[in-house]
Design a protein around this ligand. Sequence first.
Ligand SMILES: *Cc1c(COP(=O)(O)O)cnc(C)c1O
Length: 397
Amino acid sequence: MSGSALYETFARVPLTFDRGEGAWLITDKGDRYLDFAAGIAVNSLGHGHPHLVEALTTQAAKLWHVSNLYEIPDQTRLATRLTEASFADKVFFTNSGAEALECAIKTARRYHYVNGHPERYRTITFEGAFHGRTLATIAAGGQQKYLEGYGPKVDGFDQVPFDDIDAAEKLITAETAAILVEPVQGEGGIRSLPVQSLKRLRQLCDKHDLLLIFDEVQCGIGRTGKLFAHEWAAITPDLMAIAKGIGGGFPMGACLATDEAAKGMTPGVHGTTFGGNPLAMAVGNAVLDVVLADGFLEDVQRKALLMKQGLAAVADEFPEIIEGIRGTGLMLGLKCAAPNGKVNIALRDQKLLAVPAGDNVIRLLPPLTVTDAEIQDGLGRIRAAAQTMSEALAAAK
Ligand SMILES: *Cc1c(COP(=O)(O)O)cnc(C)c1O
């Protein structure tokens, strides 16, 4: 056996974190890193948030798991709160983003099935999308690197170029059931779908009786400064997958639906063993307590502006390293001029954690609870990394 006993699927950075405090991660050697990766937008309230720790430990002492054979009051409560805060009427809880997407895709197919159109099962998606790693969600994402070697691609997904709404309309056939899109692509490189395009997708779906599915697994739960990213476009989907931020670090996801879209989801047609378990529900409710508190999202917007302006100044100073800034809220991207992998290493050398994404972008996803002082600290580290790279570039000439 070579290396560790783990699958070799992850190219891990040789860092071991022992504990976390808010926006900080501390290694086993005591080094402090400013965490602008937040577990890929998962630790929405940072590490060790007292309200989440309290919710989880209190629940842990009471009850962990009963299965969905029985009533779970906190599940009903969290579903009610999510529906009251969104377009949705119904919620199905899962353990991950991919499972939330699977539920959304299945719900869309069942909708047409119970409407007497079992032939309508295809979903249109966009290039650069990421919807998860199950067989269906790699087919939905359509990225060759994730599909290779896994046999025939799961049928039922058609893809058009990013933001090409005309191409999407042309691809609609009598077999189309839904259009699936991330309002802001995460893995794809922090690419926001313009408000106009989101509105056009809504119109297309209305015109052709398609269900509009949003994947807000990464951009949802306050990340863009609204509870859900699509709120910026003032339109609503029929179905939406969320995960990452809603658990604040505890694995959970959910599929949200209107009553109409969910009408095919009758007893027995879908299920989960772990989804909606009491531990996850306690944490999910605690995350909402914080994110929905008066002024929280406005403060995210304010901090996001501070950060974006600071980043723009760094990009202006070092255009040979950072070409531009993109994204909304605390979901920001550095479009790199240098290779993004190298920028990421330079940032890590400054003890700042970020996440590379597609399109040669570095993602900055600080906890939503990041302070102004931490943003300034982070900007200083990003500037220092850019300066170091810039000097190395000049020396090599
Ligand atoms: C992370 C992510 C997923 C997949 O979530 P998992 O929990 O890894 O299954 C799906 N869609 C988007 C937009 C994501 O960022």
